[in-house]
Design a protein around this ligand. Structure first.
Ligand SMILES: [Zn+2]
Length: 388
């Protein structure tokens, strides 16, 4: 599977770019968002009708709707094609794993994201989507003024763009690039260069060395502010000018919090992936944890995202994430002697092993166990492969 080092693989990178459309371009984008929802709902309804009549799955292509709905011709056909692809994918996901994905739903303007995606089409005369020094060029919209936080490297190929309008009215383009890279040299995990991580409600995570990562304190302040605004909203007349202004303020703050959280997760996962050769982590169902803890939900969902970010950041360096099964007892097991302390209270932050007398911090002890288990699984897997 690994192949020679001369071989190249494709990695995908996204550059997020603020867009500054003209009023005409903004109108076109709004129309496109609407048309995408329209076509999605039409295709979904027709799929249902067809299925009821024939017991077969079939989704008509977007082109078929243009005679009945000529306004569809005003927007980029690529955006509609993408809706077709997304709906087909949603059905494939649903049939493969209904409990995880659910049946595709109709989209309503008020609870749907305003976005559309267009794939780049290449032809001898050039490509439909490209960037200039200060603009993004798309079909129908033409040149849209843009501010690039970074530029693609040479050899990167722009494959598709998603345009999004946030709830506060800002526009962003997500430029997806296909980047040929040399596959990284696989890095062998060793005990010295491996870290164990335990999800922790108070500190986000604890390492087997006892280090913690605390979310930035600004995040807490922002959340308190958001809660205060919500209380104030409850006292105002819905629809009044003050109410509208406060709603806008709330949305801005909400976006700010989301950005802060994303930055924190990226920074932490980058730091860990660069500092260590392998990471042992438990394959916890964070949904279940969030359900049990209620208030910790925000954190727990963040940890799931963190784990995914960490995984791909490690993989890109040829490093591994060694996952430990979610039912492996790690918290109640003494990392010094291996005895299981069944009497451990779910609230105890510190505890003393009744068998060997070792003193433990709850999170650190679990992280030590996770690291030992992760490495043990890895070594036994290696041994098995060597035999076969
Ligand atoms: Zn012990």
């Amino acid at each position: 599977m690994k192949g020679g080092t001369a071989q190249r693989t494709i990695q995908y990178n996204t550059i997020k770019v603020p867009l500054y459309p003209t009023p005409e371009q903004e109108e076109l984008f709004q129309k496109t968002f609407g048309c995408c929802r329209y076509i999605w709902n039409q295709m979904l309804a027709d799929h249902e009708e067809f299925y009821c009549a024939t017991d077969k799955h079939f989704i008509p292509t977007p082109a078929k709707y243009k005679t009945g709905a000529p306004f569809l011709k005003e927007v980029d056909h690529q955006a509609l094609t993408q809706e077709y692809n997304k709906l087909s994918q949603a059905f494939r996901n649903f049939f493969r794993n209904p409990s995880a994905f659910g049946y595709p739903r109709f989209k309503r303007r008020k609870d749907d994201r305003d976005s559309f995606t267009a794939c780049n089409q290449f032809s001898p005369s050039g490509s439909t989507i490209y960037i200039t020094r200060d603009a993004l060029r798309m079909t129908k919209a033409g040149l849209i003024r843009a501010k690039f936080p970074r530029r693609p490297r040479s050899g990167w190929k722009l494959t598709r763009v998603t345009v999004e309008r946030t709830k506060t009215g800002k526009y962003y383009g997500y430029l997806l690039y296909a980047c040929p890279v040399k596959p990284p040299e696989p890095v062998e995990p060793t005990a010295e260069r491996t870290v164990g991580l335990k999800y922790d409600l108070a500190h986000f995570y604890v390492t087997d060395g006892g280090l913690t990562a605390d979310p930035p304190c600004g995040l807490r302040q922002s959340r308190d502010k958001a809660a205060a605004i919500q209380r104030k909203l409850g006292r105002l007349q819905p629809g009044s000018k003050n109410y509208q202004e406060l709603v806008q303020k709330y949305r801005l703050l909400h976006e700010h919090i989301a950005n802060q959280r994303r930055d924190f997760l990226h920074r932490e996962s980058r730091r860990i992936a660069n500092a260590w050769d392998a990471v042992c982590i438990r394959d916890d169902s964070l949904k279940a944890i969030a359900g049990e803890l209620g208030g910790g939900a925000v954190h727990a969902s963040g940890f799931g995202r963190f784990r995914e970010l960490l995984r791909y950041k490690l993989e890109r360096q040829g490093k591994q994430m060694l996952e430990v099964g979610r039912y492996t007892p790690t918290t109640k097991t003494c990392s010094a002697c291996g005895a299981v302390n069944e009497t451990l209270s779910p609230r105890a932050r510190r505890w003393v092993c009744p068998v060997c007398g070792a003193e433990h911090g709850r999170g650190k002890n679990a992280a030590v166990n996770i690291k030992a288990q992760g490495l043990a699984h890895y070594q036994s897997r290696q041994a098995m492969e060597a035999v076969s």
